[in-house]
Design a protein around this ligand. Structure first.
Ligand code: FMN
Length: 206
């Protein structure tokens, strides 16, 4: 039977709308989402989207359920030290995880196996269990250190997906740009999506 569980981590890189839209799409695709939110991600979410999430996982979940009008039973919000969460152990963790947006800080910690908070631990677990890890890294320009960390992870089978939307689908809004990135993530995860016309099929023409 298909495991319809996934771990999603929001960290403190710019790009909160990507993370929110991805969450919305995963829930719509009937996934159970384990959501991990760093302290910096909460600051970015408030800055970029005006959505203020409290530190407590239960209170944060209540706000997200209200905001997205989703089924509460599909969402688990885990605290940063919630070591008893399923995502903290290879015996129970979902085999798929996305870090979106992914900061240079979390990129470095994951590349070096720090496992110092639940996001880093969950990523470490997915890698050791040979699951699928997608990191939607956002920084510009990239330093040599950032590039080395990405190369190291890529060689270990992690998909590095820079938050760099294309323009060939002729976006008309920021939502179109966000959907471009989220569509590529869903494609990589093997989750059906119809957010953006596919290359060579029904391209928008002006
Ligand atoms: C509004 C805002 C935007 C930020 N944008 C980025 C970014 O695009 N990339 C990045 O690597 N860090 C960015 N930062 C800095 C990170 O949030 C910071 O390094 C933080 O320690 C990352 O912690 P985390 O990985 O635990 O979320 C931003 C911070 C703020 C407040």
């Amino acid at each position: 039977m298909k495991d319809k569980r996934i771990t999603l981590a929001w960290t403190g890189a710019s790009g909160a709308p990507y993370g929110l839209r991805l969450l919305e799409c995963l829930l719509a695709a009937d996934y159970h989402v384990y959501l991990l939110i760093s302290s910096a991600a909460r600051v970015v979410l408030a800055t970029e989207h005006g959505l203020k999430l409290p530190t407590g996982p239960d209170a944060a979940k209540a706000i997200l359920v209200e905001h997205l009008q989703c089924d509460a039973s599909q969402l688990s919000v885990c605290g940063k030290d919630d070591w008893f969460s399923p995502v903290a152990s290879g015996s129970a963790a979902p085999k798929k995880m996305v870090i979106c947006p992914c900061s240079a800080g979390t990129l470095a910690s994951v590349a070096h196996g720090m496992s110092d908070n639940l996001i880093e631990r969950a990523a470490d677990v997915v890698m050791k269990e040979r699951g699928q890890l997608l990191m939607v890294v956002r920084e510009t320009p990239f330093s040599t250190l950032h590039l080395e960390n990405m190369l190291k992870l890529s060689k270990m089978g992690v998909t590095i997906m820079p938050a760099a939307p294309g323009f060939y689908h002729q976006p008309e809004s920021i939502d179109d740009l966000v959907d471009f990135m989220v569509a590529r993530m869903l494609d990589h995860l093997g989750i059906e999506q119809g957010l953006v016309p596919r290359w060579g099929y029904d391209q928008r023409k002006k």
